[in-house]
Design a protein around this ligand. Structure first.
Ligand code: SAM
Length: 383
């Protein structure tokens, strides 16, 4: 059993924990033992497992950013000790000739505080060790996506070495290539859907859908399509990769994909955005499940429901949002009360004053991050 870290942004960790529990990767009630989880509310969840858990977490988790495998943990107070410990790790299981390695270090309250020097020393120790074992690693070229990414964390002289198993971050499902303005990360869109408690059978509407992230994630969720179904992962490049195990995990997941007739709507007043939605949904294999329409919020028709409105309207990053935005939010609230009364809502906004213009009364306001911007997901019922 190894330690595996399911990294997730602050705000999404509770949903990653729930997803991990649904997958049977952890038991949230267990204090100790194999299925116990160590929850770090700002950064993710540590679980125990091996290849199967790594493969399943990467394939299925909708809200996690990356899955890391812990290769080692030890105390260090100088570079010689760091190099010694690093060179003893089993690099040949994970890396092969010609592959590139990027090392990132974070250090706090430790004698080895110079992060660039730690990165350089670890990188050199791994490359030298590989050379001794008969294979050659390289530093990635500028702009090159590395084959392997190693995270070195030193806290109070305790050094933890984690190897990324995901490759590209997990929000990159592979379908979203056409972008509209201010797109949401796929992981955040999935987090909003989970936080909204959408029942996956009632209608779902995103009236500010931009590039379509929320409706597409909704369609994938309702059909039980794994978010990692269409992409590759770093662990597939490992010499120790178990192709048979991976194929069997994929086959089980594919058998669980369902047809779905749940009505999902995406609307945006911008024609370019609607076009981007169609292209993205096509790539995600979700186009036939979503009704996209070019439409301003003021023209939102009465929809059969009740259902869920899950959306992130435009927002200024400052508290003093312009009067156009304030009017838009006031209008949005009025439209929801007339077209979607008694529906549930989950609305992402960085600015509470702006949100209040809708005169919707949230039951909860969950703090989340949209990239670097602190936002809240306001959840409640339209009354
Ligand atoms: C923050 S973006 C949504 C991003 C989207 N969630 C995504 O992942 O791409 C807000 C969207 O609202 C649209 N919008 C602005 N005013 C609108 C209005 N009055 N009616 C409908 N859509 C509007 C913009 O065109 C923009 O695409």
């Amino acid at each position: 059993m190894n330690k595996i870290f399911l990294s997730a942004p602050a705000g999404l960790v509770p949903w990653t924990l729930r997803e991990a529990a649904d997958l049977g990767l952890v038991d949230p009630q267990a204090d100790q033992g194999e299925k116990a989880a160590e929850v770090h509310p700002q950064s993710g969840i540590e679980i125990a497992g091996g290849a199967e858990e790594i493969y399943r977490a990467n394939l299925h988790l909708r809200t996690a950013t990356r899955i890391f495998l812990q290769l080692g943990a030890f105390y260090v107070s100088d570079f010689a000790a760091l190099r010694h410990h690093v060179s003893r790790l089993p690099w040949q299981r994970y890396m092969a000739s010609g592959q590139s390695l990027l090392v990132r270090a974070e250090s706090s309250q430790s004698r080895l505080f110079h992060e660039h020097a730690v990165e350089r020393e670890v990188s050199k120790a791994v490359i030298d060790r590989a050379e001794m074992l008969g294979f050659r690693l390289r530093i990635p070229a500028d702009q090159e996506t590395p084959d392997h990414f190693l995270l070195v964390e030193i806290t109070r002289n305790r050094c933890t070495i984690r190897l990324d198993t995901s490759g590209e971050a997990l929000n990159r499902r592979g379908y979203r290539q056409a972008l509209a303005k201010a797109p949401l990360r796929e992981t955040l869109a999935a987090g909003m859907l989970l936080a909204s408690e959408w029942d996956q059978v009632s209608p779902l509407v995103d009236p500010f859908c931009g590039s379509g992230t929320i409706p597409i994630e909704a369609a994938l969720l309702a059909r039980k399509v794994p978010p990692g179904w269409q992409r590759a992962f770093a662990f597939q490049k490992w010499p120790s990769f178990q192709a048979d195990l991976w194929e069997s995990i994929l086959a089980v997941a594919e058998q669980k994909i369902e047809e779905s007739s749940v009505p999902i709507y995406g609307m945006d007043r911008n024609a370019g955005a609607v076009n981007a939605c169609l292209q993205n949904a096509e790539r995600a294999g979700a186009a036939q499940w979503i009704h996209f329409r070019q439409q301003a919020i003021s023209d939102l028709p009465h929809l059969p429901g009740p259902g869920w409105v899950v959306t992130n309207p435009p927002y200024g990053q400052r508290v003093s949002a312009g009067s156009d935005l304030r009017n838009l939010y006031a209008r949005f609230g009025d439209v929801l009360r007339s077209s979607c009364r008694s529906w549930r809502f989950a609305i992402l906004c960085s600015d509470e004053t702006l949100f209040r213009q809708t005169r919707l009364v949230p039951e909860r306001a969950l703090p989340m991050f949209n990239g670097a911007i602190a936002v809240k997901c306001f959840i409640g019922q339209i009354k």
